[in-house]
Design a protein around this ligand. Structure first.
Ligand code: BES
Ligand code: MN
Ligand code: MN
Length: 454
């Protein structure tokens, strides 16, 4: 197996670079044609890897790619999930090389989607090829690569509900998360949920002269800032009534254990160019980014932002706000709590509306399962016997909770990224080490999973 990977290393990489050249940005309708082109390329790649069948499944949004290789119905079936869509590359001027013209520098692939998630799901396609070519495939494989993960997977739920038989499997395997470090293998056993929304604050019926009216009529931007500021207290606790009611608190022992994971605060600060971290009082940085919920403004706008100065009292102000959720918070309940609270704190001088965007439930898996054991054994073997650490991830993959609800399946989050990969940021990258380590580890998961399921 290792020999096959070694012999085909360069081709594997060249193929990935071709995929990275397609600007498959799901959020922007301008790239609709590229999205389809990308889906076709993924379908062809799955077929070329040795699948019996691969197809493009239409949805009301961007298409889903599905493929399978059934070698023996009595063997366990692994359903691989990934996403071929990427985040917008903006702001383009901050990239050191164009986002859709991949370059290799310092043993890393620089391109939008290199890690999230093209580089990672492509490892599965190349792992499949490797298993087929070396006659080592031990499970049936189903592959579903969607095109709307970065915009909330709006149409995947309906697809899953309508295709339960087709997607029937024993476990879901996903590479769309990170490890602690290249010499510290880890598996994410939790994901945070998400409530994403937009607020609008409207004052007067038109922009006003800030001298003639300023001081007497509400400035929606000032009001919005005050309202947002009041959503957290001096300890960084979120002030929305009922927000924490259902959030599960970890035990002292659980917290102690998770804080034993390697984490270098000085290095963390250096990497981000900050002098200090911040956050909810009483919790470490590891905890703040995994087991605690958050509230963040993702964007805020209104008024005059052109050249020079314009003395204006704007009529409208906007913000996009996200809340990351932990088990057992429910995104719909949190949306309702936020909305009720936000409207209640609005002064009568403005009109406020809250517009929901997407959301998703948090996810947690137990480490005493066959699935986890197989993933742990695979990583341990690929890392030459190193202990594998279970971690709680801070990101969200909302569809994972839905897979559990609709298909009754657990997802193994065997991702190979690193925090430094700059997902969603300019200059996203993915290490060559990580790409090849993934291709090496995935067949080991199949091997151990088949053996444990016997
Ligand atoms: N792959 C990420 C999620 C992720 C990243 C999990 C790093 C763990 C570690 C995924 O593509 C993503 O960006 N998800 C979005 C949510 C979605 C609804 C837009 C997120 O977390 O913001
Ligand atoms: Mn992703
Ligand atoms: Mn992403």
């Amino acid at each position: 197996m290792q020999t096959y990977i070694e012999a085909n290393k360069q081709r594997f990489l060249d193929e990935l670079l071709d995929l990275l050249r397609i600007p498959s940005v799901s959020a922007n309708p301008q790239f609709k044609g590229d999205m389809r082109r990308c889906a076709e390329a993924v379908r062809d790649a799955i077929l070329k890897a040795g699948a019996d069948h691969a197809e493009i499944c239409e949805t009301e949004g961007h298409p889903i790619v599905y493929g399978q290789k059934i070698i023996d119905p009595s063997l366990p079936t692994v359903l691989v999930y990934g996403h071929y869509d990427v985040q917008p590359a903006d702001p383009y001027e901050l990239w050191h090389s164009p986002p859709f013209e991949p370059v290799i520098k310092n043993e890393r692939i620089y391109a939008r989607g290199s890690c999230d998630d093209k580089g990672q799901f492509y490892m599965h396609i190349k792992a499949l090829e490797t298993m087929v070519q070396t006659g080592t495939l031990t499970c049936n494989v189903k592959i579903m690569i969607e095109g709307e993960e970065e915009v909330g997977s709006d149409h995947l739920g309906a697809f899953v509900r309508a295709n339960k038989e087709k997607l029937k499997a024993d476990v879901i395997l996903i590479s769309d998360t990170s490890i602690i470090a290249n010499d510290v293998p880890s598996i994410e056993v939790g994901l945070r949920g998400l409530t994403y929304l937009e607020v609008e604050v409207v004052g007067a019926n038109r922009d006003l002269h800030s001298g003639v009216y300023g001081g007497a009529v509400a400035n929606p931007i000032n009001v919005l800032c005050e309202m947002i500021a009041s959503l957290k207290d001096e300890n960084g606790h979120i002030t929305i009534p009922g927000f924490y009611d259902k959030a599960i608190e970890l035990t002292v022992a659980e917290r102690q254990l998770m804080n034993e994971a390697p984490f270098d605060l000085a290095e963390y600060k250096r990497d981000l160019g900050i002098d200090d971290v911040q956050g909810e009082a009483g919790y470490t940085s590891i905890e703040r980014t995994s087991i605690r919920p958050t509230l963040d403004v993702n964007g805020i706008w209104g008024g005059y932002i052109g050249e020079g100065a314009k003395t204006v009292l704007p009529s409208k102000a906007y913000a996009k706000i996200s809340m990351r959720l932990v088990p057992n918070q429910h995104n719909d309940e949190i949306l309702a709590l936020f909305t009720q609270h936000f409207l209640s704190i609005a002064p009568p001088s403005v009109k406020v509306t809250v517009k929901p965007h997407h959301g998703g439930l948090p996810y947690i898996m137990l480490t005493d399962s066959v699935e986890y054991a197989a993933a742990e054994m695979a990583m341990q073997e690929a890392w030459g016997g190193k202990a594998v650490i279970p971690t709680r991830g801070g990101g969200s993959i909302p569809i994972v909770a839905l897979f559990e609800q609709e298909l009754g399946l657990k997802s193994i989050l065997m991702g190979f990224g690193l925090d430094i990969d700059a997902l969603h940021s300019p200059n996203e990258s993915y290490g060559l080490f990580n790409f090849y380590k993934g291709i090496e580890t995935i067949p080991l998961f199949f091997k151990h999973y088949a053996a444990l399921k016997k």
